[in-house]
Each structure stands twice: as C-alpha cells, then as structure tokens.
Design a protein around this ligand. Structure first.
Ligand code: CDP
Ligand code: MG
Length: 133
C-alpha cells in the first residue's frame, strides 16, 4: 500500500492544530503508520529543503521549520500521496481553496501548516531521512 510522509509544521503545533489536521487525514480513510513530535535541526532542514536552497525564501523557510517542535508522520492508503496533497491544498495560501488545510488555516508564505511529499520518490527518501526505514 502506498505511503507518504508529512510534517505538521511548528506554526501549526503552536496553534494547537495537530488534532484537527490528523482528523482530516483519518476522516479521508488514511492510516497513521508513524507519528512523532520532534524538533527538526537546521542541518536536517537544509537537507529536506535542499532543492530550494537557491530561492530567496530559503532562510525564512529554514527559520519557520525549525522554530519549535513539529509532528512528523507516515500515512498510508490507496493513492495516499496525491490524496494528501489534495487535502493540504495549494502552496500559496492565497490560492489554496477553502476546505483544504492551507485554505482553512494558512494566510501567508512560508507558513503553510503542513509539508507533504509530492512523489513516490520524495516520499521514500523523506521516510528514510526522518524515520530511517
Ligand atoms: O510545500 P509545497 O510542496 O506545497 O511547496 P514547495 O514549492 O515545495 O515549497 C516548500 C515550502 O517553501 C512551502 O511549503 C513554503 O513553506 C515555502 N515557500 C515559500 O515560502 N515561498 C514560496 N514562493 C514557495 C514556497
Ligand atoms: Mg514541496
């Protein structure tokens, strides 16, 4: 069964949105296979967002993802990667539709509430990076 990797970002943990976000994934029918609260180090954040290292928003993104504890998870279900991206919504909160997590809870970049892997290759690499298997 397909698996994906998610991070409930520090701003969402700080706002008390962990339960609401997990509820949406579970209500969809996806299974939580791994779940852990963890402070992401700057070193791991640089690796995780390495493909954005040359972007102007990179320093702010690093700051946001390391600002406090995050909740990391592995979700599982049919077409899980695409379902989770649909539930999360568009990257820019201005474009994320109401009803999506970002559409309902985010107002501005880089505070996008949730990270979700965007391909099978990314999901496998991110599960390995954060959970080691
Ligand atoms: O998170 P997602 O996969 O939807 O978007 P991304 O293009 O992979 O960007 C990763 C993260 O960088 C976003 O979730 C935002 O936190 C941040 N970002 C930003 O601050 N400004 C942008 N123009 C694009 C992304
Ligand atoms: Mg991405």
């Amino acid at each position: 069964m397909e698996q994906t990797f998610i991070i409930i970002k520090p701003e969402a943990v700080q706002r008390g949105l962990v339960g609401e976000i997990l509820r949406r994934f579970e209500a969809k029918g996806l299974k939580i296979r791994r779940l852990e609260m963890r402070q992401i180090s700057e070193e791991v954040a640089r690796e995780h967002y390495g493909h954005h290292a040359d972007k102007p928003f990179f320093p702010e993104l690093l700051q946001a993802i390391t600002a406090g504890p995050a909740v990391l998870g592995v979700l599982e279900g049919p077409d899980c990667i695409r379902h989770v991206r649909n539930l999360v919504g568009a990257t820019n909160p201005l474009e994320a539709q109401p009803g999506t997590i970002r559409g309902d809870f985010a107002t501005e970049l880089p505070y996008t509430i949730v990270h979700a892997a965007d391909s099978p290759e990314a999901a496998a690499a991110e599960i390995q990076r954060f959970f080691g298997s």
